[in-house]
Design a protein around this ligand. Structure first.
Ligand SMILES: Cc1cc2nc3c(=O)[nH]c(=O)nc-3n(C[C@H](O)[C@H](O)[C@H](O)COP(=O)(O)O)c2cc1C
Ligand SMILES: Nc1ncnc2c1ncn2[C@@H]1O[C@H](COP(=O)(O)OP(=O)(O)OP(=O)(O)O)[C@@H](O)[C@H]1O
Ligand SMILES: [Mg+2]
Length: 380
């Protein structure tokens, strides 16, 4: 106990007032446990005056952010009259986020009756932010290692894949020529169509192995002034054979068909056309997989739009396939995340994200009530 006659006792109010930790005292014997004392640093930190603090329960510092698991821990500690330390997200009057680590302790009188709660607060925003950054850095390192692993692996095997692929392609071309010499018949038409389908799938394999190699080797990246509308048309042409069985595609408010002129509109941006086509194909392909599962060609929809403002050009892909599994959404760009059990490798979007990052563009993937929305924002 501090001697009531001592110098220190006299100075105690000043010690508390000028402490560099936040100090709050609340009165649990009043309705809703209001603040009855608050020191200067707390007022300064949260940008409220003493008058604004006093008489209110401290929960107002949480603002709208009430769904925090630590809040329940404080509530329980108060109910059980025990001491506890937590970190919660609080907000200053102007809305600044503050990670507030505070300890609350019950204060009893000589008869062991609960008189007050003492709260000692510390601003740990810097520490938390640093920790989050470190965590992010670590995550990126792991992802980089995964990409490198993909790079090394495919660097080794892509050659092995490309050699037979070239032979298959050559044979296909030869077959296509030979078939032309046959007499016209429905069978001939079917074979031509089937060969066309095979070509497209082969092209996809080629694109995939190439793109995976390119990811490991970023030097092959070439930025030029390109017409992004043209890149969209090329992507839609390359996916047309799959698309035509699954959904209609609306491109800039117009039904997409193979005979649309690639230069019908000019939307110039700086980028690598082939890489961006690869991104568009990955997005379209995902929408198609989903639409195929959930709907019919009559009611399936894939809308692609382009908005230009003075700051940026935004391309939006919107489907009505029911949207992306919420559990996947958070990690959607990570390699090997897929819910397509027998089919997807789960690298489409991680490659897309890498390409978008290399361009300094922004990709945003979300759900609305009908399906998935993928936005690519290209700053001017
Ligand atoms: C002395 C004391 C200080 C407190 N300080 C804070 C604080 O700085 N920030 C905060 O978010 N909650 C603080 N709380 C917790 C809230 O006042 C409240 O108890 C908590 O939100 C749980 O209750 P509720 O679910 O009814 O809101 C403090 C509580 C006490 C008793
Ligand atoms: N438009 C969409 N609608 C619903 N789910 C989607 C959509 N786009 C992506 N997804 C989900 O995101 C996951 C990851 O997509 P991603 O393209 O990275 O991999 P994948 O399509 O499974 O495999 P890959 O592209 O390698 O063949 C998909 O498995 C799918 O569950
Ligand atoms: Mg995919």
């Amino acid at each position: 106990m501090i001697n009531p006659n001592s110098e220190l006792f006299k100075y105690l109010p000043k010690v508390i007032e000028q402490a560099t930790n936040g100090i709050v005292v609340s009165d649990p014997n009043q309705e809703d446990n209001p603040v009855v004392y608050v020191n200067d640093i707390t007022c300064k930190r949260f940008e409220y005056t003493k008058e604004e603090f006093l008489g209110r329960n401290c929960r107002f510092l949480q603002g709208e952010d009430r769904n925090q698991k630590n809040i329940k821990a404080i509530k329980d500690a108060i109910k059980n009259c025990i001491s506890t330390t937590v970190t919660v997200k609080n907000y200053s009057k102007s809305g600044k986020l503050i990670y507030n680590q505070f300890t609350i302790s019950p204060i009893f009188d000589e008869n062991n009756n609960l008189k007050y709660f003492l709260g000692i607060q510390r601003d740990v925003t810097k520490e938390v932010t640093l920790e989050k950054q470190n965590f992010q850095l670590q995550k990126e390192k792991i992802e980089d290692a995964q990409y490198n692993a993909i790079g090394k692996l495919t660097g080794g095997i892509s050659h092995e894949i490309n050699t037979p692929l070239t032979i298959i392609n050559g044979t296909m071309e030869f077959l296509k020529d030979s078939i032309q010499e046959l007499e016209q018949s429905p069978l001939k038409q079917n074979i031509i169509q089937d060969l066309e389908d095979i070509s497209i799938q082969l092209n996809k394999i080629k694109n995939l192995t190439e793109s995976m190699r390119e990811i490991a080797d970023t030097k092959t990246f070439e930025i030029k002034k390109i017409n992004i509308y043209r890149a969209l048309i090329i992507s839609l042409r390359l996916t047309h054979n799959k698309t035509k069985h699954i959904t209609k595609v609306n491109l800039l408010n117009e039904n997409f068909s193979l005979d649309i002129d690639r230069e019908k509109y000019m939307y110039y941006v700086n980028g690598d056309a082939r890489k961006l086509e690869q991104v568009f194909i990955a997005i379209i392909d995902n929408a198609l997989d989903q639409l195929k599962m959930t709907g019919t060609i009559q009611n399936n929809k894939l809308d692609i739009s382009l908005q230009v403002t003075k700051d940026n050009t935004t391309i939006t892909f919107e489907d009505n396939g029911g949207g992306i599994d919420e559990n996947l959404l958070e990690d959607i760009y990570k390699p090997f995340k897929s819910n397509k059990e027998h089919k997807g490798l789960g690298i489409g979007l991680s490659i897309a994200k890498k390409i978008i990052d290399q361009h300094n563009f922004i990709i945003d993937i979300s759900n609305n009530q009908n399906g998935a929305i993928v936005k690519i924002e290209i700053p001017h």
